[in-house]
Write a protein that binds this ligand. Sequence first.
Ligand code: CO
Length: 209
Amino acid sequence: MRILKNLFEKNRKWARRIKESDPDFFARLSKQQNPEYLWIGCSDSRVPANEIVDMLPGEIFVHRNIANLVIHTDLNCLSVIQYAVDVLKIKHIIVCGHYGCGGIQAAMDDKEHGLIDNWLQNIKEVYRYNQVRIDALQNEQEKINLLCELNVVEQVANTCHTTIVQRAWKSGQELAVHGWIYSIEDGILKDLNVCVTNPDEISQTHRIK
Ligand code: CO
């Protein structure tokens, strides 16, 4: 109970496997990380960033929370974005949601869930902005999945509105913000085609001159 032996065993095997295929792998990585991508995804255990895009340690900088939200008062998420953009100089921010997200589903019901309700309020806002379109659908699962997509679109916008991203663009830094969605059912990623690469593509109300 106090020592999770099986996880340490798995870890040793994993490290051995990597070393066998690339003897210098860990030595090289220990000197620096140079990822090109920041992944902002859901905490759901079925949506692991590295595995989905088949990337090794060192290739992707990751932030995950419930329902992949980018909230302007969330110092945790903002700090990750700032470090990734200002220090690591990543070129792409990927906001990745997934169909059947439990956080989205919980935000759409009228039950109490405890502390997390405060977090889910942010998703309820996205639901409210798009209520006519979502409620026009008959099937419950389709409603949830549409909000999963619309939530990604909203979080892409939130990411672009941060002073961090806008300052990077202003200084001429190359930076694209992408919105993707993942299907747990078949392991396939879909691009929602909402990529933003410069301040002219964001709403005027949020643009900083
Ligand atoms: Co989720």
